[in-house]
Design a binder for this molecule. Structure first.
Ligand code: DC
Length: 228
């Protein structure tokens, strides 16, 4: 955990499969706790966007790695949410397109991509306390944080959530790829508590998450998010 006198900032890790409700939960928790919400999936999506722009085959890892050395990736914050630009461009809504959904798992399985993005993800803690959502936040990015939730939901519920959001996304295919990859696969991290959101409203899921975090030691007297 990063809470000591030299580095008091802390991270709440929210992991889980696609459409499990982790983004909504992370956003609401961040709002409630006054923390910055960091969407790590958007970073993998942004690199995927760039590869497709450059007409690089996402399964050609050598070409993707060569591209990585040529691009500037900047992750910051706007208000209380994370931002990610590639060579100064924020791809915006394009990050949620069908073609990105279909290719992001291949890009995120490349170890060099992960290494670059994990460094950027960790650097948030130099500036502020965060709620970060993704697949490997509790297992790889911040393994020492005591605050870890693994969000899950029934597969039908997850698929329905995606189509309700108007997205074409084969969640089961993406989950299989994300869970079976060699580097930093989706797992329930050591010390994480599982929260199944299938039958929760947003409000009740947030309440359950706050209970879990309190059990994990989160106190209302946590240091102020931007204090050093
Ligand atoms: O959370 P999301 O659906 O926007 O994530 C998109 C993809 O990015 C996901 O299928 C796998 C990858 N990802 C990852 O490998 N590690 C993370 N920490 C976050 C996302």
């Amino acid at each position: 955990m990063s809470q000591n006198s030299s580095k008091p900032h802390f991270a709440i890790a929210i992991d889980g499969p696609a459409a499990s409700g982790k983004s909504t939960l992370a956003r609401e928790l961040a709002k409630r706790l006054g923390l910055v919400m960091v969407n790590s999936g958007a970073m993998y999506r942004a690199v995927t966007w760039k590869a497709l722009q450059e007409k690089i085959d996402p399964s050609d890892s050598a070409a993707v790695v060569a591209m990585l050395s040529q691009i500037r990736i900047e992750c910051g914050q706007s208000g209380m949410s994370s931002t990610c630009t590639i060579d100064g461009i924020d791809p915006g809504d394009e990050l949620r397109s069908e073609v990105i959904n279909a290719n992001v798992s291949a890009i995120s399985a490349i170890p060099e991509v992960r290494e670059r993005l994990v460094n950027l993800q960790r650097s948030y803690l130099e500036r502020t306390s965060i709620v970060m959502e993704g697949r490997d936040i509790g297992s790889v990015v911040f393994p020492d944080t005591p605050f870890k939730i693994y969000v899950d939901a029934d597969e039908e519920v997850r698929a329905a959530r995606r189509s309700l959001a108007g997205e074409v996304d084969s969640v089961s295919k993406r989950d299989a790829a994300d869970s079976e990859r060699v580097t930093a696969p989706l797992v329930v991290a050591n010390g994480a508590t599982i929260l199944d959101t299938s039958h929760h409203s947003i409000e009740s899921a947030v309440g359950a998450a706050i209970e879990i975090l309190t059990e994990q030691g989160l106190e209302s007297s946590q240091p102020s998010p931007t204090s050093k």
